[in-house]
Design a protein around this ligand. Structure first.
Ligand SMILES: *Cc1c(COP(=O)(O)O)cnc(C)c1O
Length: 450
């Protein structure tokens, strides 16, 4: 049973760079005390440290630019599914990143923030005609083709629009990673991508190259998520470049390669410290330059798609403590601390058994720590916010902060039990503002047409 680490301001800590204790002992984000945020905006609320998020985005962009300058350059696409709002899309664009979308909603959010279509990619294993049409209309950077039937779907829409669609092919290379290791399997049993092993990927490449309505510009691979080591990425890069070399042998020149996202973060002290963006970029660039030296092919322009590693550590969730219950368990006493949100604002513990930590945020509490489980208010026993954390004696009304909730928290949020989804407050230089307002019961009733 571990207690949460205190904020340190370091990029490898679990708190964002601008979280600190005030003199009175409460947490503050970029100089704004959490009691002020709770007072103004209520709880639960997601608090986003704008400068921290932008610094992480910038670090990826700078690292990739530097590592790939001797080759053909690089792009960084922020994976919007991790968390997207207009403000976030604008910040990413200002920091020099592009945006990845995987639905009409994500695409429209980035466009409505003023991001040009030429800086937005479209993903998805089951794209609608409307999504493909919108991507073509806005001049999207590329559409990542994920199946053989999609080739004719995109071509049909491009022909009707009198344009050529820029496409990537998503490869299933057999490299899978997550956590500390990666595995290479010959066969794939998952919904994404076209298999290199079975030849489906090569078939897609040949068909696209032969289709005048399509322009084959790139190959794509995404090997997993929450990856804390670089070797799986290098392995996948080699597999993608081998396919590119095969295509070159067929007379098909492919100028771009996208190596996906999945760069891991620390959720608790128990997680390994992931390599810095510079290290990931160095490993990727080494794999690419080695491959082009061996094959004599021109270097491709390389892109990556980090989501979690940019936004997860930049955001915390602030809850108010309600009911506290001491329970006897086979492994000893456990204190259940209930908060005013739960699986509707962070599904990851229920979905993946994900581990988080928590600190009492409104004051420094003295006293003996107890083994606690932080739970939500939903009608589900798996509605857990933090499985196991040492907390000092706390009381109803205290504020609890859970760090590293920026990715797949709000974006996977739901209205389970008809809870309104929390808003997102961004803080910078002592000022806070709502970038996504809290839902209200009225919002939900407005959908209910009786
Ligand atoms: C989910 C996903 C990403 C982002 O993954 P993170 O773990 O958030 O970095 C990038 N690319 C694709 C294709 C994805 O599916």
């Amino acid at each position: 049973m571990a207690r949460a680490p205190e904020p340190t301001g370091r990029p490898d800590g679990v708190w964002s760079a601008n979280v600190a204790r005030t003199e009175s002992g409460e947490l503050a984000v970029a100089g704004v005390p959490v009691t002020q945020i709770a007072g103004e905006f209520g709880t639960p609320t997601y608090i986003l440290d704008e400068a921290d998020m932008r610094a992480r985005a910038r670090a990826w962009k700078n690292a990739m630019d530097a590592a790939f300058a001797p080759l053909a350059g690089a792009d960084v696409y922020y994976a919007g599914k991790a968390f997207l709002s207009k403000a976030v899309a604008r910040w990413m664009a200002k920091e020099g990143l592009n945006i990845d979308s995987a639905s009409e909603g994500e695409l429209r959010t980035a466009l409505s923030a003023g991001v040009p279509g030429s800086r937005i990619g479209l993903h998805g294993n089951n794209k609608s005609d409307a999504e493909i049409t919108l991507a073509l209309e806005c001049g999207s950077a590329h559409i990542v083709v994920d199946s053989l039937p999609e080739i004719e779907q995109v071509a049909r829409i491009a022909r009707a629009a009198g344009t050529r669609a820029p496409v990537y092919v998503r490869l299933t290379t057999g490299v899978h990673a997550g956590g500390h290791d990666f595995i290479q399997t010959a066969h794939e049993d998952q919904k994404f991508g076209l298999s290199v092993t079975t030849g489906a990927a090569q078939e897609a490449i040949s068909r696209i190259a032969a289709n005048p309505a399509l322009s084959l510009i790139g190959l794509h691979s995404h090997i997993g998520s929450q990856i804390l080591a670089a070797d799986g990425f290098a392995q996948a890069a080699r597999a993608v470049l081998d396919v590119r070399a095969w295509a070159a042998g067929q007379g098909i020149e492919i100028t771009e390669v996208d190596l996906g996202g999945g760069y891991g973060v620390r959720y608790t002290d128990a997680d390994a410290v992931p390599p810095a963006p510079e290290e990931f970029a160095r490993v990727l660039a080494a794999a690419v330059s080695e491959h082009v030296a061996q094959t004599g092919l021109r270097p491709p322009r390389v892109s990556i798609e980090p989501g979690r590693s940019i936004v997860a550590p930049a955001m915390m969730t602030l809850y108010t403590v309600g009911t506290i219950k001491d329970v006897a368990t086979d492994s000893g006493p456990r204190r259940y601390v209930s908060v005013d949100g739960g699986m509707s604002d962070n599904l990851r513990p229920a979905l993946y058994g994900a581990q988080y930590t928590a600190l009492v945020a409104n004051r420094l509490v003295e006293g003996e720590e107890a083994r606690c489980r932080v739970v939500g208010k939903h009608c589900e026993s798996g509605d857990i916010v933090v499985h196991d954390v040492a907390l000092p004696p706390l009381a109803a009304g205290d504020l609890l902060a859970v760090p590293v909730t920026g990715a797949y928290g709000r974006s996977m949020g739901s209205n389970y039990n008809m809870l309104p989804r929390p808003g997102v407050v961004s803080v910078r230089d002592g000022h806070c503002r709502v970038i996504l307002r809290r839902e209200t019961i009225e919002d939900q009733l407005a959908l209910d047409v009786g």
